[in-house]
Design a protein around this ligand. Sequence first.
Ligand code: ZN
Length: 288
Amino acid sequence: MVSRVPLSLIALVLTASLVTAQTPVVAPSNRFKPADDVRLGREASAEVTEQLPLLRDNQVRSTVASIGRRLVNAIPEEFSHQEFRYSFEVVNVRDINAFALPGGPIYVNRGMLEAADDEGEIAGVLAHEISHVALRHGTAQATRATKYQIGMVAGAIIGSLIGGKTGNIVSQGTQFGLGTAFLRFGREFERQADTLGAQIMARAGYDPHGMADMFKTLEREGRSGGPEWLSDHPNPGNRYEAISREAEMLPVNRPRGDSPAFVQMEARLDRLPDAPTTEQVARARNRR
Ligand SMILES: [Zn+2]
């Protein structure tokens, strides 16, 4: 018999409803199994490791990995797939880019780390990429391209999930050079990755405004059409405003600023010899 509801319970319910005042996200339909994501991602990441120069600097790698890990731990239950293994590597090139492979491998260019104004902006990029993985956007996109069987799709995805110049380098080494067939995510998936990314950030203790700021920072870099990351992740419309609006709704769980590790990483990046451009990496590869 519930005649009198205790005040504390009402307070609890109110708090809970405030916490859940956020834009609902529903993963798109997908005819692949999560295990397929893992397999595709594993194949693609073997290509990446072979074709792109990864930065072998423990301090930088562990800082990026710890930001990533914090975000991964904040993925909402309904989007965490047991089979997925998130990993974070830094590609030692100057171009501003980042990409995620199905099932969890995530790569951030050194140029992206150097462009970020603070840790929150790096968290913004990673949260966005993590969201594409968690929502299984790569295989969801392949689901829509019905004329390819999964075996065919594998090669295409390898080039396409990465996209652009980086994707070209990687897919040159693969059996199926289907090029731009799956090159970019559409606006719908971009909006989803922005929204879920903001929610993951807040749960992880990062102010989601950091993601909106990162898009601003990258637009400022705008020489010759802007960084590749922006063309691979096209603006779904009013991006800055939409992320900011979402951010306003989200209570940040124990907010954190720049960590000492982040500050040390920035100093470390300054001291390392300059990274080559993706173009230079591609040319060197073709000479081999
Ligand atoms: Zn995106």
